[in-house]
Design a protein around this ligand. Structure first.
Ligand SMILES: [Zn+2]
Length: 59
């Protein structure tokens, strides 16, 4: 271990070498979604008020 690992910026867990700087694939995707969401909002110039999600929480 080289002790240089920073905590996951999403949840604060220790980062995983496979997903750094995140701790898991899930957190990498959360970050991606955030980023994409911001871009999208800027492009449209308005914040959508949580439109009905197409996928039914099937997780
Ligand atoms: Zn995380």
């Amino acid at each position: 271990m080289n002790g240089a690992a920073k905590p996951c910026p999403i949840c604060g867990e220790p980062a995983d070498v496979l997903f750094k700087p995140f701790c898991s694939k899930r957190c990498t995707q959360i970050d991606l979604h955030r980023w994409f969401g911001e871009n999208y909002r800027i492009e449209t110039g308005e914040a959508p008020d949580d439109p009905a999600p197409p996928n039914r929480d099937e997780e």
